[in-house]
Design a protein around this ligand. Sequence first.
Ligand SMILES: [Zn+2]
Length: 300
Amino acid sequence: MIIGNEKKIEILRQIIKNDNIPHAMIFSGPEMIGKKKIAMEFIKNIFCKELCNECYFCNSIESNPDVNIISPVDGNIEIDEIRKAKERLSLKSYHNKIKALIIDDSHLMKKDAQNAFLKMLEEPKGDTLIIFITPFPEMILKTIRSRAQEIKFSLVGRDEIENYLISIGSNKEKAEEISLMSSGQIGKAINFFKDEEKMEFFNRSIKDIIFLSSSDMSKRFQYAEKLKDDKIKMMEILDIWERFLRREILLKIFNHKSSMNNYSLKKTKEVIDELEKIKYIIESSNVNKRIAFESLLIKL
Ligand SMILES: [Zn+2]
């Protein structure tokens, strides 16, 4: 079941209906809104026009020899992985349809890995489709982007998330709370629903930023030290803080009680700008992550 982004899904259906499948696509948009799920459904739909949910193609996308899905391991996509995938793409389609490759978090491919696709996209041979999934399309080489059809997905509406959670067994109150916390990210909402620990981590991270924003520098540095270079955790925390601060802005604009009384509207916006900058730096470069994180903490 796919929730949200109906218009984009309709575009994908039309592409299949018109048999107008490009050689490369970029599925961009915020994290955890179901881009990978939609990419998989799209490919299933190429193999099974009815998306019947009963046939071999609908039930075995992971073992379909014509489909290859690459996901990063420890925040890396190795060039070897890409070379192997390219080789597989160059084989004839086993089912006489297409050869497809999905690369999740494809911004994590280094330049040489991205470059490996160029020739293929310049002179595509046979029916191949590569879907690059990423929340940071600007980190994909321009030369790839110019040859790919980009589909921009967006956050999922609060009501849609709430209704979905209720449909999988949540009560109304919990569904409301989770949908508020997950800020349009259906994947996050499902994780929260299934995993109490994640919800606790979320709440604790919010307490942390409230505390840190009025603490002295030594406390802030201690916090950074604790995280060291744990990029994944750092990004999770930054993500939570960003969503929390965005909600704070709304509360402040509408004169509701906000949690960060020590922050003006202007200050909140400044911290969000800084936060976005730091997220980008941590994600896209090899800087010392703790130092980057510290530079944000100083500005809280
Ligand atoms: Zn089917």
